[in-house]
Design a protein around this ligand. Structure first.
Ligand code: 4FV
Length: 251
């Protein structure tokens, strides 16, 4: 996969290709990352990339032409089809399902804004899709682009080794992940649930599924639709509710 990023701070993005899973994906040739600075495509002595907003108001807006020139240069750098994504709070929420879709593509072109944003005419003419990483305001789109790079890099075939497999990730099946434990078995902070020490893989899988269901129901009711649960999941939830109802015999 090839990812090109339009940013006033291309070194920021380049750092993504150094560390951890993303760095390894680049090392293994599964991903290539390329930064393009619109200031290198700006005219005039001052190489302006922004100007004051028409209609007044605070801040500055990024100019069309330096961005457009940088976008075209990035597109021309590789003949394969490319999808242009603008990261902004006005975009559709980035989800794991969207990450899977993007990870299946040959090329992505990520457009990072700064200041108040980008001239709307550039977005209308050059952007295929707008994505947001969350309902808050960053000082630039670079962090959002780095999130996309990280999320799609780890889904590239061969990027994760077995132990790190993405299969059991949060949201892979629409639910939150279950709790995880490792050594020591007993610690002053508490002990590991017995079922995880049982060696009974069926019980362990059911316990983990039940934990994912309950956590999602409690923490993310927006992700939880009990009526859509499978028969098996509904049974796990009923069992959990029954256990909650049982008088606490321990004390
Ligand atoms: C953002 C987000 C975000 C808005 C103005 C950059 C900033 C500044 N991007 N998800 N949330 N962008 O806050 O993607 O130009």
């Amino acid at each position: 996969m090839r990812i090109d990023v339009i940013s006033l701070f291309p070194d920021f993005i380049a750092q993504c290709a150094v560390f951890g899973v993303t760095g390894r994906a680049v090392e293994r040739g599964l991903l290539s990352l390329h930064g393009w600075n619109p200031r290198d495509h700006a005219q005039g002595n001052y190489r302006r990339v922004d100007d004051r907003p028409f209609g007044g108001g605070p801040g500055m807006v990024m100019l069309i032409d330096p961005l457009r020139s940088a976008l075209n240069a990035a597109r021309a750098a590789d003949p394969r089809p490319v999808r242009t994504i603008y990261l902004s709070p006005q975009g559709a929420p980035l989800t794991q399902a969207k990450v899977h879709e993007l990870a299946g593509r040959e090329r992505l072109l990520l457009l990072c804004g700064r200041y108040e944003g980008i001239d709307e005419r550039l977005i209308a003419a050059e952007v295929d899709e707008e994505l947001s990483i969350g309902d808050y305001v960053l000082s630039g789109g670079e962090l959002a682009a780095a999130v996309v790079v990280d999320a799609v890099a780890r889904l590239q075939e061969g990027a994760l080794n077995d132990a790190e497999s993405a299969v059991q990730d949060s949201f892979e099946d629409g639910f939150l992940d279950c709790p995880h434990y490792t050594r020591p078995v007993s610690h002053e902070l508490g002990s590991v649930p017995d079922v995880l020490m049982s060696g009974n893989h069926g019980d362990i899988a059911r316990w983990r599924r039940q934990q994912s269901l309950v956590r999602t129901m409690r923490r993310r009711p927006d992700l939880f639709d009990e009526s859509a649960l499978s028969k098996a999941d509904r049974k796990l939830l009923e069992q959990w509710r029954a256990e909650q109802a049982e008088p606490d015999t321990a004390s």
